[in-house]
Design a protein around this ligand. Structure first.
Ligand SMILES: [Fe+2]
Length: 135
């Protein structure tokens, strides 16, 4: 069973961003499956690398729109992205060094960070983006 079940309550009502979020959810689920099935370090490493790269791409998309539409909470939101990106880079470094086999605890942290960030932080730009024609 997937560790993160996508549902409509995670929709920020912007198709492009919902699709990126679903992509990230898919990566978390694939990583979790690889962990549960004991698929080995190489595959885990591959998914973590992909996830870190995609996360940076996704954050850049959100930040671009926040800047374009003059979102008031831009710097605070960006700081959350930077903190997560730093943690993700640290996770990647540990997996690359072979010092960390992913655990359920790490997977739960990833999942909860994304859920809380979408529901608590991303939702705050939803109206502004829609009002600027981004749907
Ligand atoms: Fe965000």
């Amino acid at each position: 069973m997937a560790i993160f079940e996508w549902s409509d309550r995670f929709s920020v009502k912007v198709r492009e961003i919902d699709e990126q979020h679903e992509e990230l959810v898919g990566m978390i689920n694939r990583l979790h499956e690889a962990m549960v099935a004991n698929k080995g370090r190489e595959l885990q490493q591959e998914i973590v690398n992909e996830m870190v790269a995609y996360t940076n791409f996704h954050f850049a998309t959100e930040e671009k729109y926040m800047r374009s539409f003059g979102f008031a909470g831009y710097f605070e939101h960006k700081r959350e992205h930077e903190q997560f990106a730093a943690e993700a880079a640290e996770l990647k470094a540990r997996v690359d060094r072979g010092g960390l086999v992913l655990t359920l605890e790490v997977m739960t942290l990833l999942k909860e960070w994304l859920q809380n960030h979408i529901l608590g932080t991303d939702m705050q730009y939803s109206h502004l983006f829609n009002a600027n024609g981004l749907v």
